[in-house]
Design a protein around this ligand. Sequence first.
Ligand code: FAD
Length: 409
Amino acid sequence: MENASQLQSFREDVKGWVAANFPASLAGVDLAGLAGGESGARASDEVKAGMETWRQRLAEKGWGAPTWPVEFGGAGLSDREADVIGEEIHQAGAYNPIPHMTGMGVTMVGPTLLEYGTDEQKARHLKGIASGEIRWCLGLSEPNAGSDLASLSTKAEDQGDYFALNGQKVWTSGAHISQWCGALVRTDSDAGKRDGISFVMLPMQQDGVETRPIRLISGVSPFCETYFTDARAEKGDLLGNLNDGWSVVKRLLQHERQSQTGGRGVSMVDAEPLHVKAQRFVGVDDSGALADRDLRQRLVRNYMDATAHRLTAQRITDEAAGRVEVSAAASILKNSNTRVAQGKAELALEIMGSQGIGWSGDDFAEDELGIVREWLSGKAMSIYGGSYEVQNNIISKHVLGLPETTQKG
Ligand SMILES: Cc1cc2nc3c(=O)[nH]c(=O)nc-3n(C[C@H](O)[C@H](O)[C@H](O)COP(=O)(O)OP(=O)(O)OC[C@H]3O[C@@H](n4cnc5c(N)ncnc54)[C@H](O)[C@@H]3O)c2cc1C
């Protein structure tokens, strides 16, 4: 592992590179929104061109997925160096859109492919993800299989050199804008519940795949119902062994949780920290402290929880000493990240009073409307990637070693 002075010199290089390469036309632009595909169509030509230049420059450095091997589009860097890149991009008020542009690609599909993929599969799929050119979705959940995922019933039948998929997936994030899908399917109906499942990869642009976007409470439609009617997945795109998809997906879900711990990678700069917002809306007393004492205490508690969460996530990363380590600790971090983020959104709304409940109209500033939507979409954090309660089950069983009682496993 690199020492402190090597890391500092790497930091200086990154800082210089970002200053020289982040396109001026993107300053202050909501790049996360653009990368997520929601507001891309409304962006100006100048912003779209800037975004493409920035994507290409990051991809050439291998910084879309910095820890992946260079031969697969990464930069072969350590986790700590990848953190430095994220931190310096964040410090510069910029944003690395590539992970976001790939949907589930960089955070989940790629790491699982690196572990389970054949050489041919890695060569075929990884570069397109690391460069931000190919977006992936994941077809795991079904109407009757969410927390109890192994109850899934979408079938894949052997047709010689390909599988024919039939069934319905639901809550498939980004399905309508993705080029590829990783799907969990039943390949042996006679085997035990978790034994007859396989993980296949298939292109989304084909006749047998139909997506119907679902509208969310926050007003956007980031996910879909996905229907497979004789959809085709090539045999060469079976990830892991036939009927061993449960091992593959367990690993994939660990990577998902890891990406939702909020401890690593990129985040947007807080346009207005919560205490500054509170001073603006609630006012200050004679000593300059926030006027509402009770609110002040709850604000401080949220800051302390956020700091404790961030430092714990950092310690766990450091203890892993550069290994690509995903463990049951990710369940703890996912839940604490959820609690801190949802608590912060509640506080923001409370601070803003009636300005915090607007949906549209001239009476509300753009950022006020954004905060309402953020509060609503944040509700999903305790559901996606395995619900809050299911994470608590994992913590009780795999971290605390408590006996299995109500949960199925
Ligand atoms: C924004 C968002 C994006 C998503 N993206 C995707 C995606 O891209 N691909 C995909 O496949 N899925 C996706 N999902 C689906 C997500 O994985 C499921 O919603 C989640 O696993 C819960 O399943 P469910 O909705 O069927 O709820 P259920 O499993 O029916 O759970 C309902 C309630 O019961 C509780 N519960 C269930 N079992 C237990 C238990 N054993 N012990 C204690 N409590 C329990 C849950 O905590 C929950 O409160 C997404 C969901 C959201 C909200």
